[in-house]
Design a protein around this ligand. Structure first.
Ligand SMILES: C[S@@+](CC[C@H](N)C(=O)[O-])C[C@H]1O[C@@H](n2cnc3c(N)ncnc32)[C@H](O)[C@@H]1O
Length: 380
């Protein structure tokens, strides 16, 4: 967040990080009361700026904070402070949960243009060829040249397109999934067709899912961060309504803190895995394929229940917020990976729900993205 020389608010996207006080030249589009743009050139540079330890940091669209070096966490905390102050005002206390140095991505998306494999250049579909990725878990990074080799040698379908590389927890076997959802596992002698599943051992929870499906980007760190936070907030009760539940991460992590869980999720395959995951963990649950906004009834739950919502980036529909106002459950946990819709939803919920706790987790190191989590209790 910056200011134009006349004081107008500027929201700037800054490849390679932007330190408070730096003066930059930016391409800006002016809206009614503020401008939005991208940094094009630095006029003054903060001495804390570091040498990026990724050779394609300047062009690759995968990360944004390489030049923040050891100051990345402090910078990101400042970005979260700006966001929350702008959206919710000064008075709302919150806690910051920085990522450990060891957090790496267990899921990356590369593109093959018929000759080279790499990430897209920032704001473009031009390829930045890569042979390693320091933001990814080592087995994923090491698999990049093996994928390049297999595509160039036509051992894998060589039509241009997107390839997702993913691995479990701990990061060992690597899978690649093409745009048609076909999957191969990397073995010592090359890529072999496989359907997975990918297994994540996350403390006491074990979760399986198919390659190419949604799962947390840095699963060990996400499980540690969410688990620690929800335990510190003493989230427990009778029924957990795990809405937008995926393959059951929250239900499994919260385990015996609840007697029963109801998981609602729109992806049929995710729900099938959630059923298996929770059954293997011995956790009684009802897992439903449904659109949460269509499914959520008036007066959901009783006071000992907890409703946990982890929607996609766009957040909650207004009608859903209205229906939540009638819920019988007395505790609600809202998770959001985009701060602006998350804060908008908190404001929509505020007539019926009191904001008790707010936390910002750095689940996406080296990017400007954060995960926000709120604990709300029903107003008397
Ligand atoms: C941010 S992910 C969270 C998944 C899970 N809570 C986790 O942490 O692994 C959002 C999930 O919501 C699902 N989803 C998206 N729109 C939905 C909708 N309208 N109703 C139900 N589920 C939806 C997606 O398939 C995805 O699994």
């Amino acid at each position: 967040m910056g200011r134009f020389k006349d004081g107008r608010l500027l929201l700037l996207e800054a490849p390679l990080a932007l330190f408070p006080g730096e003066v930059v030249e930016a391409d800006v589009v002016w809206k009614t009361r503020h401008g939005e743009g991208r940094v094009a050139r630095w006029i003054t540079r903060d001495p804390r700026r570091a040498q990026a330890s990724c050779s394609v940091a300047e062009t690759c669209g995968g990360c944004e904070l390489w030049e923040a070096g050891s100051h990345a966490q402090e910078l990101k905390r400042q970005m979260a402070t700006d966001l929350l102050r702008r959206q919710l005002g000064d008075a709302v206390p919150w806690t910051w949960h920085p990522a450990p140095e060891t957090a790496r991505r267990h899921r990356i998306q590369l593109h093959w243009d018929g000759a080279a494999l790499g990430y897209f250049r920032r704001h473009s579909h031009t390829l930045v060829p890569v042979s390693t990725c320091p933001a990814a878990a080592d087995p994923l990074s090491n698999a990049i040249p093996r994928l390049q080799e297999a595509l160039a040698g036509r051992a894998l379908p060589a039509r241009p397109g997107r390839w997702e590389l993913s691995t479990g927890t701990p990061a060992e076997t690597v899978w690649v999934t093409d745009e048609r959802g076909r999957t191969w596992a990397l073995e010592p002698d090359g890529w072999h067709r496989s359907t997975g599943p990918i297994r994540h051992s996350l403390g006491e929870a074990t979760l399986l899912h198919e390659p190419g499906a949604f799962f947390q980007v840095s699963p060990p760190w996400a499980a540690e961060a969410f688990g620690g936070l929800l335990r510190s907030w003493d989230i427990k009760g009778s029924t957990l309504y795990d809405l937008y539940g995926g393959v059951g991460l929250f239900s499994a992590m919260l385990g015996n803190r609840f007697h029963q869980r109801v998981l609602v999720e729109s992806s049929e395959t995710a729900v099938a895995w959630a059923r298996r995951n929770l059954e293997s963990a011995g956790l009684p649950s009802e897992c439903l394929v449904a659109d949460v906004a269509a499914w959520l009834p008036e007066g959901l739950g009783v006071s000992e229940d907890v409703i946990l919502l982890d929607p996609p980036r766009t957040g909650l529909e207004p009608a859903l917020c209205d229906r939540l106002a009638t819920a019988g459950a007395s505790t609600l946990v809202l998770v959001g990976c985009d701060g602006a819709p998350f804060c908008r939803d908190l404001k929509r919920l505020s007539s019926a729900w009191n904001l008790d706790q707010l936390a910002v987790l750095d689940l996406f190191p080296l990017t400007s993205h954060v995960e926000c989590v709120a604990l709300l209790t029903r107003r008397p």
